[in-house]
Design a protein around this ligand. Structure first.
Ligand SMILES: Cc1cc2nc3c(=O)[nH]c(=O)nc-3n(C[C@H](O)[C@H](O)[C@H](O)COP(=O)(O)O)c2cc1C
Length: 188
């Protein structure tokens, strides 16, 4: 199963990077297969340091901003316990991992990883259609080069009502930011 969440990683100078990623997870996080595209910062950092933290989250603002490189400010973090990196303070679950191997033979790399430490911060808030719609829109925003323009517009039209009907101010704001970004990109 693929679980969409947030990976924090650091570069060789210890600088933090925050990016949404969808690793393949088996069981209750018995194993983690990360698949960062080259040349993302996450790919470079994980290849270099061979460790990071995967977070299960239930809010979408950071995911939306980081997906399109518009993180307003780095989220609050604390040092990881067992690896060279940082954990988000606001998340539901966190998993510190080490990267077992890096297969960079294709653009989408494969990094089987071992979870070395895990913890829970707070309970999952609950399913919300607007948050799922924002998540889908964030993924859409990172795949514009692969998708026909009309498909992108159809997706936006499909996703917008869920945000409007079931979202709060934060979800509406994230969706509007992503929609602006997407429309700007595809009109160019
Ligand atoms: C929910 C979600 C899941 C994503 N999963 C992946 C993934 O598994 N691999 C990947 O390379 N990019 C994935 N992306 C796209 C990256 O987050 C995006 O390209 C980002 O800009 C990479 O940031 P970085 O260069 O800081 O690593 C995902 C985006 C979203 C919104």
């Amino acid at each position: 199963m693929i679980i969409e969440g947030i990976v924090t990683s650091v570069d060789s100078a210890g600088r933090l990077n925050v990016a949404p990623m969808g690793p393949v997870v088996t069981g209750d996080f018995a194993s983690l297969l990360l698949r960062p595209f080259q040349p993302s910062t996450t790919f470079t950092n994980l290849s270099t340091t061979r460790c990071g933290v995967f977070h299960v989250v239930d809010t979408v603002d950071i995911m939306a901003q980081a997906a399109i490189g518009r993180l307003e400010q780095l989220p609050a973090v604390e040092r990881a316990d067992t690896i060279n990196g940082f954990r988000l303070r606001d998340c539901c679950r966190w998993f510190e991992f080490t990267v077992d191997s890096v297969d960079a033979s294709e653009a989408r790399s494969r990094m089987p990883s071992t979870i070395v430490h895990r913890g829970e911060t707070r309970p999952f808030f609950g399913f919300n259609r607007a948050r799922h719609a924002v998540l889908e829109t964030a993924i859409l925003a990172t795949r514009l080069h692969l998708l026909p323009r009309q498909h992108v517009l159809d997706m936006l039209n499909f996703l917008a009502p869920a945000v409007e009907k079931t979202g709060g101010a934060e979800e509406k704001c994230s969706f509007a930011m992503l929609q602006d970004f997407i429309l700007n990109q595809i009109e160019q």
